[in-house]
Design a protein around this ligand. Structure first.
Ligand SMILES: [Zn+2]
Length: 472
């Protein structure tokens, strides 16, 4: 038995907002987190774009962004594969259902996860399970049935409570661990189906808090706590939605018949629309020769200026983004006009052209950390890097739509109806809590991608090339 052995305990409170966590801590409703915050650090970090479950797990588990990992949505479409053969398994994907298991093989095989890099690694409920043996996947047994029942009955808490029991089961079994990654999904679900401040959502935060208290007490008794790095974060915030705008139906009404989940069988589609979260949408135009992702000139030509303006006039559409005509150039546009984002090497520039859709004035900085610092407290945190990383993936589509808070992009097919959503680049979706039981780490603005190297450094492991920077 190694004395002073280091361990990592990681709680992913899916959909937790830092402001709500602060409120609940101030109200004394999360006593165990309160203690952690007093002893350690509570800060805000940014997640990635799209700020959605699944892709937004990649930064902390792999240190890479969704564009780099080629998983730019919880649903995605690959024009090249679709045009090659429509019934091709790689043409499109939805991880909200039976295809969830393909997440593991959709990722590039050469990018390691923390599970690959940290000895005895246990997983609870996270869908990225590549190379995790069943006996290390604590939530696996009965997960499908439990999730389905929670989904259709809108009673989610049994999932989190069982998850906690599985963690305690492991700890009491006498087995040791190096890394334990536990997802508590109910804050996200309750925020989607009820409200971000509904009493059921608050209760979901409290289930996680109780779990932290009990697990901590157990580790303290064993003498393990003082060498355990405890971290808690989230993959995105959420905002309440009052209006649904179905982007896929709208494309069809415009004469560009769309396919999307679950209606993927339409004949002669002219577009594909993939929604994540549901405040993020990607549009893939199919009404053109070739199977490449379109840059501005071709996109405007095949979409049509009139339709483009029609889209921008929709109240639900906060802004759209698309590739510029040169490598590393991207446009962001709203109904007032557009701005240019450019990433050349380590230089990041935001330049309003006929408008300033992201309200950033002008920015020109050196390095991705400065790009984060310059936008961290803006309405669109980390916009420069996030838009650049996303379009590295051709699966990101020809046009990306970021919804205005209060709206989402999917109507009839969402059951049960969503009353909250995420996925956009707004601050309310991009800011996530980052709590850890340490003090004195770097104080510069943080991304969830920084968690990956921080954990490896804590465990004295070598750190593969990644898109984060260790905070410790
Ligand atoms: Zn989530």
């Amino acid at each position: 038995m190694i004395i002073n052995k280091k361990r990592v305990l990681f709680y992913l409170l899916d959909g937790a907002r830092p402001d709500i966590l602060s409120e609940l801590i101030a109200q004394g409703k999360l006593p165990h987190l309160q203690q952690l915050v007093e002893e350690g650090t509570f800060r805000i970090a940014t997640t990635c774009f799209p700020s959605t479950t699944g892709p937004a797990y990649l930064p902390f588990l792999t240190g890479q962004f969704p564009g780099t990992m080629n998983i730019p949505g919880i649903r995605w479409f690959d024009k090249q594969e679709f045009k090659r053969s429509r019934w091709n398994k790689m043409a499109m994907r939805s991880y909200c259902g039976p295809e969830a298991g393909w997440f593991n093989t959709d990722m590039p095989a050469d990018k390691a996860t923390l599970f690959d890099l940290l000895g005895e690694s246990y997983n609870l409920y996270n869908m990225i399970t590549r190379n995790i043996p069943d006996e290390y996947d604590l939530g696996k047994k009965g997960k499908n049935w439990l999730y389905t029942r929670a989904h259709f009955s809108k009673r989610h808490h049994p999932v989190d409570i069982q998850g906690h029991e599985r963690i305690m089961g492991l700890l009491k079994s006498g087995k040791d661990f190096d890394f334990l990654f536990a997802v508590f999904p109910s804050v996200d679900w309750d925020s989607h189906y009820h409200h971000i401040r509904d009493h059921r959502t608050v209760a979901a935060y409290q289930i996680a808090d109780n779990s932290i208290g009990e697990v901590r007490a157990h580790l303290e008794k064993k003498g393990w706590w003082k060498n355990t790095l405890f971290m808690l974060t989230s993959d995105h915030g959420l905002t309440p939605s009052h209006t649904h705008f179905d982007l896929g139906d709208w494309m069809t009404e415009q004469g560009l018949k769309s396919v999307g989940y679950p209606v993927i069988w339409r004949r002669n589609p002219q577009s594909a629309v993939m929604i994540s979260g549901n405040s993020f949408g990607s549009i893939h135009l199919l009404n053109h020769e070739g199977s490449h992702a379109l840059q501005q000139k071709e996109m405007v030509k095949h979409f049509g200026e009139e339709k483009l303006n029609g889209l921008l006039k929709q109240k639900a559409v906060d802004f759209i983004a698309y590739r510029g005509n040169k490598e590393g150039e991207y446009y962001v546009q709203n109904h007032h006009g557009k701005a240019l984002i450019s990433q050349q090497g380590t230089q990041y520039v935001y330049e309003p052209l006929d408008a300033d859709p992201l309200f950033l004035k002008g920015i020109a900085v050196e390095g991705h950390r400065a790009a984060l610092e310059s936008t961290f407290n803006s309405l669109y945190p980390d916009a420069l890097l996030q838009i650049s990383q996303l379009f590295k993936s051709r699966r990101a589509g020809d046009i990306v739509v970021s919804a205005r808070n209060g709206y989402d992009l999917r109507d009839f097919w969402e059951y049960p109806e969503h009353k909250g959503s995420h996925g956009s680049l707004t601050k309310e979706h991009m800011h996530v809590p980052l709590i850890y039981n340490q003090k004195g780490w770097a104080e510069h603005s943080a991304r969830t991608a920084d968690i990956f190297p921080s954990i490896l450094k804590w465990m004295n492991k070598s750190i593969p090339v990644n898109e984060g920077d260790a905070l410790n």
